[in-house]
Ligand binder design. Structure first.
Ligand code: KIV
Ligand code: ZN
Length: 559
């Protein structure tokens, strides 16, 4: 047995008594900060160029993100230039704050101050690593040394910021004890409190304390315990805005954030679709739309998610996965027959109940809220009869009677078995067209007329006269009935076509291109009790059912 797991040191949970977070619920959106252009960008194979960063920035603004970390301007000339272009090029709306990241190092801080000249609203975000592992392996320094790095930086930042603030810049500060999740909580409290002191934080002039899960190392509930403990112990907690910056190494970044919000966090740093170092940062879209589906306004607009995804893929050269929540290509599909039927019923139920509430099984959100469609159902060999009918109804407007679903479902099933792959809606329509709409023989109606007479008592009689062609033979039929269908059935009585009994009929209007037509579904039964359906489409509402009857008869004769 492979025993590689033995080399890992298990996470030691933070003891906490009377935790309160499990009883809370999220009731409002946090302050969102996008770190796409920094944490996301630095993790790309090819970091974004200026044009891509600008496109991305404008998309974030359109989504409604009010705090945007635009980069690490002291890290490279390109990063610096991008910061300057955003400021000088007038790209930053007045209600948006840009955030810039810098390590807690003097020369980098000085360069960062140069980079932000002229901006209206800025968050200066500085960090140093605090975890036991980083202290031991990277810095070989005790906690006092680590704290001094942070407080020296805080002093310099505070001092350099005063002239800018006096000139009118809205300049705020953010401190991250990087690798917070691997730091002893009592030490995390100590260093953060020292930084708050050195930045002269007050309840009016709060400092953002950003507590990163730099590398996710524990379960979300354990993280929430740490956070609740940290917040309880922090002296002057009202001086701080508690911010989260979760990464996703264990795949639980979203859960960590949600539980972190329960534990008292007020702000979240995230990226679109979870781009970022290694497994990424937490996904802002999932977080926001999770709130949305709980009836909470996320304060972000993802109602054109496909356009956002296209921009993201173009600028980052990354791909959004097919099953990525809310945006993945396949998330508004159902292949399984029982799911398809339930979804169908959900839509019908909502139409009937008119409650305006979303109650569709297997679809946690209305796809149109994201500018998407319930695709409708995707059809493969696992799909049931309801799926194909749903597509024909919702995509092409043919609302077949329920009794017909089985017959058409079998046609579709035979095709999925034959091709062995998924059938796109257009292919389903083609099957429907071939099976019902393109049936032209052996019986064809060449010409016809109706004559209607109404008696003094209000009853009316319809006479049908028509010429039908069967192969090379033409014959005239005449019949009378109380309506067009009845008259036609009487007319074909005595012909070979009369071994069918009429079971049912349904019709509705359908728009085809620019005009509106009638579609009729005819249900007949032959002498051996076999059901057969026909479909007729015509601009004349009387003719559509007759075409449907001939279609059903022809299909029965042909099979
Ligand atoms: O993940 C992290 O810890 C960071 C910090 C710089 C905030 O990105
Ligand atoms: Zn990060």
């Amino acid at each position: 047995m492979f025993d590689g797991y033995k080399k890992y040191i298990p996470f030691v949970p933070q003891p906490i008594e009377n935790r309160t977070w499990p009883d809370k619920v999220v009731t409002q959106a946090p302050v969102w900060c996008s770190v796409d252009l920094r944490d996301g960008n630095q993790a790309l194979v090819d970091p974004m160029n200026l044009k891509e960063k600008l496109d991305y920035f404008h998309t974030l603004v359109d989504i409604g993100v009010k705090e945007i970390e635009i980069g690490f301007p002291s890290a490279s000339e390109t990063e610096y230039e991008i910061c300057r272009e955003l400021i000088e090029g007038g790209h930053i709306p007045d209600d948006v704050t840009i955030q810039v990241l810098v390590q807690a190092r003097e020369h980098l801080i000085k360069k960062t101050f140069e980079a932000i000249r002229g901006a209206k609203h800025v968050i200066l975000h500085f960090y140093n690593s605090t975890s036991t592992l980083q202290r031991k392996v990277v810095f070989q320094m005790d906690t006092d040394g680590i704290t001094k790095i942070a407080t020296d930086a805080a002093d310099l930042i505070y001092e350099m910021s005063q002239p800018l603030i006096q000139e009118g810049m809205d300049l705020r500060f953010e401190y991250s004890p990087e690798s917070f999740m691997g730091t002893e909580m009592d030490y995390a409290v100590e260093i953060c409190a020292a930084v708050l002191d050195h930045l002269h934080a007050t309840a009016e002039d709060k400092v953002i304390l950003n507590l990163p899960t730099t590398v996710e190392n524990c379960m979300p509930n354990q993280f929430a315990d740490m956070l609740e403990y940290f917040i309880r112990k922090l002296p002057g907690r009202e001086r701080a805005i508690i911010s989260l910056h979760p990464h996703n190494d264990r795949g639980t970044g979203v859960a960590t954030t949600e539980m972190g919000l329960l534990a008292g966090a007020e702000r979240v740093e995230a990226t679109l679709f979870g781009n970022g170092e290694r497994t990424g940062n937490v996904d802002m879209v999932t977080l926001a739309m999770n709130m949305y589906t709980q009836g909470i306004d996320p304060q972000l607009d993802f109602s054109h998610i496909n356009a956002i995804r296209d921009m993201y893929e173009r600028c980052t050269k990354m791909k959004v996965g097919e099953r990525q929540p809310y945006v993945g290509e396949l998330v508004f599909t159902a292949f399984s027959g029982s799911h398809q039927d339930a979804i169908n019923k959900g839509f019908n139920y909502m139409e009937q109940s008119g409650s305006g509430k979303w109650e569709v099984p297997y679809l946690p959100i209305d796809p149109t809220d994201l500018g998407r469609e319930y695709e409708p159902v995707r059809i493969n060999s696992q799909s049931g009869k309801g799926g194909a009918a749903f597509i024909m109804h919702h995509k092409f407007g043919f609302d077949m009677p329920k009794e017909m679903h089985t017959e058409f479902g079998a046609v579709v099933q035979a095709e999925t078995d034959r091709v062995g792959t998924e059938l796109r809606p257009e292919a389903i329509y083609e099957l429907f067209r071939k099976e019902y709409l393109d049936v032209n023989g052996p019986y064809r109606l060449i010409k016809h007329s109706f004559h209607e007479e109404t008696a003094p008592d209000g009853t009316s009689a319809v006479t049908f006269t028509g010429t039908i062609q069967h192969k090379d033979t033409k014959f005239v039929v005449v019949g009378e009935g109380n309506g067009p269908i009845d008259a036609f059935f009487t007319a074909i009585h005595g012909q070979k076509m009369d071994r069918f009994t009429f079971v049912d009929y349904k019709s509705h209007a359908i728009s085809m291109g620019s005009d509106s037509r009638a579609v009729a579904y005819i249900h007949l039964r032959d002498q051996s009790g076999r059901d057969v359906f026909g479909v007729g489409v015509d601009s004349n509402i009387n003719l559509a059912p007759l075409k449907g009857i001939l279609c059903a008869i022809n299909r029965a004769v042909n099979r």
